[in-house]
Write a protein of this length. Sequence first.
Lengths: 378, 619
Amino acid sequence: MATAYTPGLQVTDCMRYRARRVLPIAGDVLVAVGDRVGARDVVAKTELPGDATPINLANQLSLMPADVPECMLKQEGDRVEVGDVLARTKGIFGMFKAEYVSKVSGVIESVSHVTGQVIIRGESIPVEVRAFAAGEVVEVMPGEGVIVEADVSFVQGIFGIGGEAFGPIVMACQDHTQEFSADLIRDDMRGAIVIGGARMPGETIRRAIDFGVAAVISGGMDDSDLKDVLGYDLGVAVTGTERIGITVIITEGFGEIAMAQKTFALLASRAGAEAAVNGATQIRAGVLRPEIVIPVDAGTTDTSTHASTGTHIASVLEPGTSVRIIRDPYFGVIGTVAGLPSEPMVLGSGSKARVLEVACESGEKLTVPRANVEIIGG
Amino acid sequence: MTTLNPDQINVILATDCGSTTTKAILIEKIDGQYRQTHRGEAPTTVEQPVADVTAGVINAATEVGELAGRRLVNEQGQIIRPAKPASGGQPPEGCDIYISTSSAGGGLQMLVTGVVREMTAASAKRAALGAGAIVMDTIASNDRRKPHEQIQRIRELRPDMILMSGGTDGGTIEHVVEIAELIAPAKPQPRFGTGYRMPVIYAGNKEAAKFVAETFDDSVDLTVVENIRPVLERENLGPARDQIHDVFLEHVMAHAPGYDKLIDWTDAPIMPTPGAVGDILQQIAKARGINVVGVDIGGATTDVFSVFDGPEGEPVFNRTVSANLGMSYSISNVCAEAGMPSVLRWVHFDMDERELRNRVKNKMIRPTTIPQTLEALVFEQAVSREALRLAYIQHREFATTLKGVQQQRTVGDTFSQQKSGQSIVDNMKLDLLVASGGVLSHAPRMEQTASMLIDAFEPEGVTELAKDSIFMMPHLGVLASVHSRAALEVFEKDCLIYLGTCVAAKGRTKPGKQCFSYEISGSTLNERGEMSFGDVRLFPLGLGETARITVEPARGFDVGGGPGKRVEREVRGGTVGLILDARGRPLILPEDRAECRRTVKEWSESLRLYEGSGSPRRR
């Protein structure tokens, strides 16, 4: 029987998760191999050079650039505070001296005799990297960061906005097909990772922000709601840096779509557990999907068969495999592969493509391009 | 790298390592002519778990070898050279040269700087784009950002390299050094690897070079080349472009997984894919003495290439990359930039906007899906028209005569005065429009490809339309650098599939009024008639066939001879045929939605765009 490969999102109750946590520039690693760390523990930190402010003193003091260095009252490496006199001209016969008073504080980095420009470097910006997954440090990259491994329940979403967030899992919907309406957000959900079911309207997200919810996760949402929440129309799926006061993850796609039952059941089974989520999505080369990471107590589950790095995987598509159709006109329909005809077929669009037959839960049998399904489950 | 006599090159293997797929083609000399004979592809292996680009190359080469019945890869996983004929019951093996292009890992990403945005910075941008780079940003003294904002921006970017320009030779030093003083404190980090210094190429005022060098510390690797704009009236892009290619190989490629091996394997320097496409288009324009526009629409970006006669009559090459106009990753951005009403005007039936918006986003997050229904196909092709239209607008605005050039005028120029900085892209002078990229190359009917090209680019006068059969232009571009005859022969015979010719009148009038009359005579096609304004008509004229057409435009319309002037030309047929387009230029669709739908439906029927499409069936 024919088989094919197709990408799928990972949903697994227990696997070995490997988190690579690195600094943007070289810095200090604060933990050692073998250390146990919590998700919110800082494992590495550094300081980014502060903002550089250029000041053209030649223009400000009406000097030739070459004359600027000798008019400087502070030299390279000196500290400057707001209000300090940075430079003073010699004036005419000692009279009519002009001076420049600094409007910024920092350290003088350079004084140019070619342009008459002075660069003042502001306070450095501290950067901390947290462990993200509660587990064990298995590798230290000196000056760069660490690798943390943990046994976790793991769910990949399809799309998200907002960065890393932490909190306990709280279920808002009763089942995976229930709309995640705004009235399901309660006051006691502050700081929690709240799980919905089907479509999540924009009103729900706004209410969750008002209530201080850390993250909301549901099956789908409308693009128009995403636009409202963000304040702009998202052009490309490169996200994670949004500052909207919450992390939002959808597990299935845009529109009226329920969360996959397996995903919902897994999250429900971990209700109350501390989780870490990240909405960062990058759909380009080196695809990055949002993640929901829920540590599993060591020793409670056999993880030997679930060794995985938590990345996007490809799986074999064969008769009996559970799939979701991910393109109109059957978007969201779930079923199992009933056949994989080897000959390409002409589609309604007129294109010729390799197809598969899907036996739907409703009993209907659909023929769709192989490119338009994804494997569900882990 | 070996040096071979071109006459002794009989078998050529070429690969293009893309972000997702490595495509290999085999070119063989058959009866004294170079022909592309087989092709194969395999997933690119730059990323984990393989992290070695040569694995994908070997897989693609093995597939080509199996199809060709020629052993191309030996037991050690290396490409066999030179080519040997079959002997002793053994199949033929090897190739005489192996060449490659690459856009894996996001291609070549650059930051460019100059003093004046429209002058030296524009020249630097042209050099970078011509070399095949994506320009992440252009920093200039007059780019309306404050210096601290410019420094912040440089800090945020992680380019592969920086190209600095500024000042004519003997001109400003101060402004050039000021730009260096923005880069130095920003301490830009290279995109790949932490172990090497940011490459900076300086191609500005030669007298400022030593001051620029003094500004940088050892965190950058500075090289100085000839000024990109030695005088305002002339660009000198060659040295900067060559240096970009060298740095690309020495720094960027050398730090990408497996490229050190690939560089050793190839018989010509690895080129960035778009740079190679630009090279082959320039070669073809030069060889045929024509003006050419090429377009490659991908999932994330759209590249437009053009070769047009410059002000002095010399061919001028331009390339633009529209970074966020594409058909999958960037489809949502196309809809946002163009606006949904602009996309929907090309759709001849009603669609629910809320559902469409969700569909667009679903395509963005699952970019590999394909349209199953006719409705979905029509919508995607509508999006492509807008993506191509926007990309071409950007290209026309970029491809200009040099700005800031003082012009000497005589009394005779009084009525034809042209400012510097005019676009050199003139659709009336366009001879050949070449399409590539999934939505154009894989359209179920080639009539759809032709229609998308005409609607988006609005060619005027007589224009041949073609498509790149299997996106072979990158391979041929790099081949042109070592064997231009082979590259040109394969380009003409195997690379291009001619769709036909479009004859379009420039001008506008009321619908139904006469636009032009025509007479076509050929061995298979003899027609005469009149075209009313708003009409578009398709005539059968097959591949390899030609016909003579005489067009008599109505007053105010121009088909290349001037307003109202008769034009007589030989036209080339193709897989689509001859298209007479009297819809006017600029092409304006009715504002009323119902009327627009009716009009677009008539056009699609005239061009037989969706004939035979319907419910799914097995062929």
